[in-house]
Write a protein that binds this ligand. Structure first.
Ligand code: CAA
Length: 383
């Protein structure tokens, strides 16, 4: 495996960085303070053709690759982790399962507007009693005539009330456990489909997170995604790719905090010289840079494996786990370098510190990533 970015990748980085600097950065603090979704920003990003980066042009996408998408999430997250995850949840979670498992009709109806960014996607897997143990799904879908009747609810759903199209997992046969879980495409506005409260989160406050509530929602039979009982595998395969998105988000948050810390350390004078030239600070910066570089190799190489159609589930779990673990360390060191100034509201490093934490929790906690990595190495325990 050879990892290398091309000129096209670096053009994407430049384009997204410019967009992030001019359209997102100036309002990021306001979005954070107000817990506000950047509707106009996402609309503009969609107009630039960036909401379907890795999907083929024939389906409304940009016809680029996973690595380009990872770079876009990284660059948005470099200025605002919340905006980064809106793209990640839309591309990796809301859109990918339709691209990978949808029928031609489902792709025409749902994938094209999602990839064009005319519609926003979301992914409904997590429930109050089925978080890390995703196989414990309690939401049910019962076939009655031409419809599945969906009952239950999902929690912690990114893009929730702002999305239009949802991939929702429900049990069609409780007796079968994970093999009785099926996936469905659900539209906003269907009778019985409502939202709970918008969560008041610690970080990534520009992204919208809420509950999905299903009360006898009639899902047309043709909106079954894949086959009955295939849902758990669809969810797992989707999360393999989703973890590249979260790893990229963590990488971007770390990179942004690092750059801010370098700039500040070069300006801040104590004991007669910039603190960057105090060894205790320069060594911190050196360690931060090394961790970020190692994380970037893990993230980009897992994207490259996916693009080359090689197995990447272990590598994306490693990338997600490592990038988010080091992201916490890097933002902590960055805030330490800023001292008391970094602890103040309105400082980017303060927001990065809060945004970083979720990366070790969602799309599979880092403990679950280690379960996934270990199972690739040692297999399952013999029964
Ligand atoms: N791809 C395809 N199939 C897979 C797979 C994968 N990556 N991983 C497992 N499977 C298959 C297995 O092969 C197995 O199939 P067979 O029975 O035919 O062999 C089946 O799925 C069940 O696998 P396991 O026995 O390994 O399943 P498990 O119940 O032990 O769970 C787990 C495994 C890895 C812990 C899984 O439950 C998991 O990933 N949990 C974390 C869930 C998660 O990440 N949630 C995040 C929600 S989304 C979110 O956070 C989004 C957001 O807001 C941004």
């Amino acid at each position: 495996m050879l990892f290398k970015t091309t000129d096209t990748h670096e053009e994407i980085r430049k384009k997204v960085r410019e967009f992030a600097e001019t359209e997102v950065k100036p309002i990021a603090f306001m979005l954070d303070q107000n817990n506000e979704f950047p509707t106009e920003v996402i609309k503009k990003f969609a107009e630039m053709g960036m909401m379907g980066i890795p999907y083929p042009k024939e389906y409304g996408g940009a016809g680029l690759d996973t690595l380009s998408y990872a770079i876009a999430v990284e660059e948005l997250s470099r200025v605002d982790g919340g905006t980064g995850v809106i793209l990640s949840a839309h591309v990796s979670l809301g859109t990918y399962p339709i691209y990978a498992f949808g029928t031609e009709e489902q792709k025409k109806k749902y994938l094209i507007p999602l990839a064009k960014g005319e519609k926003l996607g979301a992914f409904g897997l997590t429930e109050p009693n089925a978080g890390s143990d995703a196989g414990g799904t309690e939401t049910t879908a019962e076939l009655q005539g031409d419809y599945y009747i969906l009952n239950g609810g999902k929690i912690f759903i990114t893009n929730a009330d702002k999305a239009d199209t949802y991939v929702v997992f429900a049990s069609t046969d409780k007796e079968l456990g994970t093999k009785g879980i099926s996936a469905f495409i659900v539209e906003k506005g269907w009778e019985g489909f409502t939202f709970g409260d918008h969560y008041d989160k610690m970080g990534i406050r520009s992204s919208s997170t809420a509950e999905l509530i299903f009360n006898n929602v009639k899902v047309p039979k043709e909106n079954l995604l894949g086959k009955e009982g295939q849902g758990f595998k669809i969810a797992m395969a989707t999360l393999d790719g989703g973890r590249i998105g979260i790893a990229s988000q963590a990488l971007g948050i770390a990179q942004g905090a690092f750059e801010n810390a370098v700039e500040y350390a070069k300006e801040r004078v104590q004991f007669g010289k910039p603190i960057a030239f105090q060894q205790v600070i320069s060594f911190k910066l050196a360690d931060m840079a090394t961790k970020i570089r190692a994380a970037r190799f893990l993230v980009y190489s897992s994207a490259e494996l996916k693009d080359n159609h090689e197995p990447f589930g272990m590598e994306s779990a490693m990338a997600k786990q490592y990038a988010s673990d080091i992201c916490l360390e890097v933002v902590n060191d960055a805030l330490q370098i800023f001292g008391g100034n970094g602890y103040l509201k309105g400082m980017e490093v303060e927001r990065a510190y809060r945004d970083a934490k979720i990366c070790t929790i969602y799309e599979g906690t880092n403990e679950i990533q280690r379960v996934v990595i270990a199972s690739h190495i040692i297999g399952k325990m013999p029964r």
